[in-house]
Design a protein around this ligand. Sequence first.
Ligand code: C5P
Length: 396
Amino acid sequence: MELSGKRIVLGVTGGIAAYKAAELVRLLGKQGAEVQVAMTEGATHFVTATTFQALSGRPVYLDQWDARMPNAMAHIDLSRSADLILVAPASADFLARVVHGLADDLLATMVLARDCPLLVAPAMNRQMWENPATQRNIAQLQADGVQILGPACGEQACGEVGAGRMLEAEEIVEEAIAFFAPKVLTGKKVLITAGPTFEAIDPVRGITNLSSGRMGYAVARAARQAGAQVTLISGPVGLAAPQGVDRVNVRSALDMHAEVMVRAAAADVFIGVAAVADYRVANAADHKLKKDTGGIPPIELVENPDILAEVAAMAGGPFCVGFAAESRNLEEYAQSKRRKKNIPLIAGNLIQDGFGGDDNRLVLFDEAGVHPLTPAPKSVLARQLIEHIAHLTGSH
Ligand code: C5P
């Protein structure tokens, strides 16, 4: 659980996206957060307090005249004990009130009285979002240190299409986790490869492998949460791009190589997690191979470029990290790969421990020796790997 022990005040304001806040409470709770919901009067027209009470397991605060607080100072008590105030959805009206320091309802008063950070996820009609008044307010909030999450573009409840949709609950949870993560790679540019590659035999067939991309995606997510600017060059996988990560989709090792090489010089760290095919088909057919044309079609293989070794050989290139997936002799193979590719750090795992699943067992090999990590979900291991990289690069 990535938000264990965090106390989050979730402010819900009036807007149709308030229904998504119910799922948000559930997901924050699932990550271990203690969620205290406070609603504006407007929000109660869209979702009832009962829904939030049931999902958060706590009574919902609705107005400043609530008699439950022993000293009648709900705005102070609630916001002082919180690690974070998150307002989702944040209406145009609510944002305007925060900009002006109004304290005309409980939530606005809590925001004004807070001594913890404030994250807001705006949700409104696209024209309200684009209105210069809203844009002025957003700029002022940013200048005041408020973090703005989204909004996303897309179809709106009113039937219009544009910017103003609230981020999905899962995305807001990601942002909350990122907010609390130690910022050990702030300002660093991190380039990551992930997933398998697909080497075409003909237009419909090819050579690939069972890499799910989960480890690489977890590393990308952890790097971004650590404050890095992350580009993920991804082979064909069925995973959504991690929030805040710039993803470039590729298919073959040659495509992956090209996309990495144009970005590698500008990167501070390169992490090759992809299971890149060692060989590609030299004589890939332009049309589908037919069975009844006599004989078994010959498939000629040629070697693919070693992307990681090439980046590691660049003068003044990024700090390079490799992965070694082995079926046996992990330490011996991983260390010899590390030396052969001339990289400072390699993360090894046995294929039977990690391929395709959510958990993995990783061992880090560097100049100093061997660092086995406790078996854990890939998200946890990815964070430990990022911390190790930050340590070795002196970023932290
Ligand atoms: O050489 P081997 O595939 O065993 O090494 C694995 C490491 O090298 C991984 O980090 C992988 O992403 C990288 N690699 C690469 N390009 C290749 C082959 C492997 O970047 N053609």
